[in-house]
Design a protein around this ligand. Structure first.
Ligand code: ADP
Length: 225
């Protein structure tokens, strides 16, 4: 996929580097040449421009990008202006960055529904969210292993974990399933972990699998229809 990351501070640079490592084509943008220089060898492409300048932003391949991430934080005005500009230029998927409730209100008023709050979500988790739409959340255990939450691929709905046999076909272990359950009072639906998964646990459509394994293997498993 192709991504444009605007603002190469701590968060933006970590995100751009991670997406590049995952094999995506990334353009990292910053108006500070020193910031660009620092990461130019570890991001697919880097550009030095002012993202609040319409002519400059229009020169980026916005139409080809699967998503544009605004990672400018501290300068709230520049962050919002850039986001508004991208909206005006009809970028299909924009991820805004929020640092305050007020900024969130402004983003929602602009119909920007996807945003990141780096204080709560790491660059690694956002990279996973962008990399694989099926992933709901993820947690890196070590360089090799992760725990990832993702929807049960349709072809496995109705099978037991034993029948699906992820461990032999993908070397991926199912830790538990998260399923919508009716609360004891019988009123609202609550998402709850169903306990330790066993070979006889049945997979339902809409269940969230909590998986442990190597990222590439988990990715291949979740990418199936
Ligand atoms: P972090 O918390 O991730 O370090 P910062 O807000 O400190 O975030 O960094 C944001 C980055 O965005 C900085 O590198 C800064 O140079 C860059 N930036 C700020 N304004 C603009 C702009 N108008 N155009 C492009 N990049 C910008």
């Amino acid at each position: 996929m192709k991504f444009i990351v605007i603002g190469l501070g701590n968060f933006g640079s970590a995100l751009a580097v991670r997406l590049t490592e995952m094999g995506h084509e990334v353009i990292g943008v910053d108006n500070n040449m020193a910031k660009v220089e620092r990461v130019k060898n570890v991001i697919t492409h880097t550009v030095c421009l002012d993202a609040t300048n319409e002519d400059a932003v229009s020169s980026l391949p916005l139409k080809d990008a699967n998503a544009v991430i605004v990672a400018i934080g501290e300068d709230g005005a520049a962050s919002l202006l850039t986001t508004a500009l991208l909206k005006q230029l009809k970028v299909k998927r924009i991820i805004g960055r929020i640092i305050s409730d007020l900024q969130k209100t402004v983003l929602l008023a602009m119909s920007i529904e996807e945003y990141v709050l780096p204080e709560e979500e790491s660059a690694e988790r956002l990279a996973m969210r962008l990399d694989l739409e099926e992933v709901i959340d993820s947690f890196k255990i070590s360089d090799k292993y992760s725990i990832v939450e993702g929807l049960v691929p349709k072809k496995y709905a109705g099978m037991t974990i034993g029948e699906a046999d992820f461990i032999n076909s993908y070397k991926v272990l199912v830790l538990t399933l998260i399923r919508e359950q009716i609360s004891k009072s019988g009123e609202n639906l609550k998402k709850e972990a169903t306990g330790i998964a066993t070979a006889s646990t049945l997979l339902h459509e809409g269940d969230v699998l909590v998986l442990f394994g190597e990222l590439a293997n988990i990715r291949s498993l979740l990418k199936q229809d």
